[in-house]
Design a protein around this ligand. Structure first.
Ligand code: ATR
Length: 285
């Protein structure tokens, strides 16, 4: 009994902090990864009160925790709390993964690579040379800009309800490629091959004010939300998108990248996506 107790005590501790957090699929995903790769670890969802984030991270660190995922609304705060940043986290201005090392906290951001891996590897979408429209200029959008630009699209256009935010955000990434920011009405007659929804509109059951004729022939539409058919996904279907995806694959892919950072082992994502898909059956094409 005490051997078993010691064994349990020695499990490396991981978790995800957010508010709200009760619906997070991350504990499930990381348990499946651990089982698949035979890693001995525990992973829990940790609800953190607004204003209590730094304290919660400190407590987790002091108790010997090895790693954290950070979700809404604490990613920017996490950025301030780490000692060292990956290049992609610095670019994103946000941290979704912390690795607790002996004398330092290392912060990374795996959201962007999660999106790109889902698009390219799972859905076989080519991003190079494509005209990409990214809706939204908040934290979710900021996190994916550098990895998208690394794929060398012909143009990456950010459209936002508050146009100035899109223009300002684009301006900080121009060294990485062809990127512009504007308001929705300024999109005019332009057409895009790939349209990605990184706004919070889906959470409110709303649709960003997209011009009717924005989709090029064969266009791909992607909503970072998962678990239900969003107004944007419905809009995409009725406006001739060739393929429409939700963000379930991105969720699993960003988790896999965090798991790799912590454990040095890359889990297979396909079986985990398939299992979750059976529980969140948003039809995709
Ligand atoms: P997150 O970290 O999820 O990106 P955020 O930083 O609050 O959250 O950003 C939310 C984004 O969704 C913003 O780009 C916001 O537009 P504004 O900058 O104009 O506020 C966008 N957004 C939220 N609700 C929206 C809606 N109903 N239609 C269009 N865009 C919306």
């Amino acid at each position: 009994m005490s051997d078993l107790f010691d064994f349990e005590q020695r499990r490396d501790q991981y978790g995800v902090m957010g508010n709200p957090i009760s619906h997070s699929q991350s504990p499930r995903i990381h348990s499946l990864f651990a089982e698949q790769t035979r890693q001995h670890l525990s992973y829990e969802a940790i609800h953190v009160d607004l204003g209590g984030f730094a304290q919660a991270v400190g407590n987790f660190d002091a108790s010997g925790g090895k790693g954290l995922n950070i979700t809404v609304p604490f990613k920017q705060e996490a950025f301030e709390l780490v000692d060292e940043l990956s290049a992609r986290a610095r670019r994103a201005g946000a941290v979704n993964t912390i690795k607790f090392e002996k004398h330092k906290r290392y912060g990374d951001n795996t959201d962007g690579v999660g999106l790109v891996n889902d698009l390219r590897q799972n859905h076989h979408i080519v991003l190079a040379g494509k005209r990409i429209l990214l809706m939204g200029a908040g934290g979710a959008a900021r996190g994916v800009l550098a990895p998208l630009l690394e794929c060398k699209p012909a143009v990456l256009m950010i459209a936002n309800r508050t146009p100035d935010k899109a223009v300002a955000l684009a301006a900080t990434f121009t060294d990485l490629g062809s990127i512009k920011g504007c308001g929705y009405h300024e999109l005019g007659e332009q057409r895009f091959d790939i349209v990605i929804n990184a706004t919070a509109a889906s959470l409110q059951g709303e649709l960003p004010p997209l011009p009717e004729s924005i989709l090029a022939d064969g266009a791909v539409c992607y909503d970072m939300m998962y678990g239900k058919l969003t107004p944007f996904m419905s809009w995409a279907r009725s406006h001739g998108a060739a393929q429409v995806f939700d963000g379930l694959g991105m969720l699993v892919e960003q988790a896999a990248e965090s798991f790799f950072l912590w454990r040095g082992v890359r889990p297979q994502t396909a079986p985990v996506i398939a299992l979750l898909r059976s529980e969140f059956p948003v039809a995709i094409s």
